[in-house]
Design a protein around this ligand. Sequence first.
Ligand code: FES
Length: 143
Amino acid sequence: MYTEKVMDHFQNPRNMGEIENPAGVGTVGNAKCGDIMRMYLDIDDAGIIQDVKFKTFGCGAAVATSSMATELVKGKSVEEAMQVTNKAVLEALDGLPPAKVHCSLLAEEAIHAALWDYAQKHHLVIEGLKEPKKDIHEDEEEE
Ligand code: FES
């Protein structure tokens, strides 16, 4: 039920770890499954993502989507990184089972949260970027 690419990124995750003094870091979580994902970005003065690392405390699909998301944003500009949506991650992985689609959403949210942190620190406005939810434990109420 998992594609080869999902299994590959789950078993050999790329860019796992953390970056000291990152340009931006963001942590997001899904209240229902309890999974947590953190993304670190190293961004140079030209706004290019030189390095990216992730830590995921979560399911295998969350690990695979984090790994793929880091590969998709590495070397890209901040604006290009905004195009790395959960759909882009899903396509790059050749899909996920329906029950696991929310895991790829976490990857998109983690990138956005890290970009938000970067934008805040540098007083920048990144088009289309919204403020992430403040407290990852606070939204248990939804449906
Ligand atoms: Fe929640 Fe995968 S089960 S992130």
